[in-house]
Design a protein around this ligand. Structure first.
Ligand code: FMN
Length: 225
């Protein structure tokens, strides 16, 4: 096996880190952020996420320096478009969204025409987001994967250059944590895990949903494109 590839390798450090990992509130991500070389390393790691069919059903948008102000102006404009009576303080909040961290990476899920289901292409984009966070954390940067309202706003999406088949999987905010984040409640594994046998009651974690379970009314067939 090539030394450049790790399929399995003992690493208490990696395990410890996965068992304790935590996102950092966006507002607490200060300078410095990753530099260009570090960003490339992070994206290299992100793009090693599992990808059924080698379709690369995702791409990256990197925002640093003044691009953060420029994208902030688009967010403000998109907000103004839907709320023309917005107070100046609200507009400022929207304009400043990308100023909260030194580097932000947008991961865009791009559905490729292929026999591989759309659902799997979207999942791959999610895996890219998490790999991206973990790689940034391993370089000593805090991360937070957010979407916020503008990820779903058509005007914003189109100003960024996205096409119809593109969806924002996440904006990953990266920077140096101002402080150690507090712990967050985690699920009880017993609620979510079943060592399956025929007829076993399956633990589906239904005590965690806020509104029960169900398919959205606008549901689409994830197996098809
Ligand atoms: C697809 C996706 C979108 C998210 N969007 C937001 C968001 O818009 N705002 C937010 O506060 N957290 C958002 N989160 C949650 C944070 O990324 C983070 O997981 C959460 O703050 C919990 O911290 P933890 O990662 O340490 O568990 C999102 C997570 C995912 C997977």
């Amino acid at each position: 096996m090539s030394n450049d590839i790790i399929a399995a390798q003992n690493s208490e450090e990696v395990l410890d880190y996965l068992l304790k990992r935590r996102s950092v509130p966006v507002k607490q991500l200060g300078a410095p952020g990753p530099d260009e070389g570090q960003i490339k390393t992070i994206l290299q790691a992100a793009s090693r996420a599992p990808d059924h069919g080698k379709l690369c059903p995702w791409y990256f948008l990197v925002f640093s320096g003044e691009a953060r102000e420029q994208v902030g102006e688009i967010i403000e404009w998109a907000w103004r478009e839907q709320d023309n009576k917005a107070a100046p303080a609200k507009l400022e909040l929207e304009r400043e969204r990308f100023m909260r961290a030194p580097v932000i990476v947008g991961v865009v899920s791009r559905i490729r025409k292929a026999k591989h289901p759309m659902w799997e292409q979207i999942l791959s984009a999610g895996a890219v987001c998490q790999n991206l966070c973990l790689a940034a954390n391993a370089l000593g940067f805090g991360s937070n994967w957010v979407t916020e309202w503008y990820s779903y706003n058509e005007s914003f999406r189109s100003e960024l250059g996205l096409d119809e088949q593109d969806h924002i999987a996440g904006f990953i905010f990266l920077g140096t944590p101002a402080e150690q984040p507090a712990e967050r409640d985690r699920p009880e594994l017993n609620d979510l895990v079943t060592f399956w046998r025929p007829g076993t009651k399956v633990n589906k974690g239904d005590n965690y949903g806020h509104e029960g379970v169900g398919w959205p009314e606008t549901g689409f067939d994830l197996k098809k494109q």
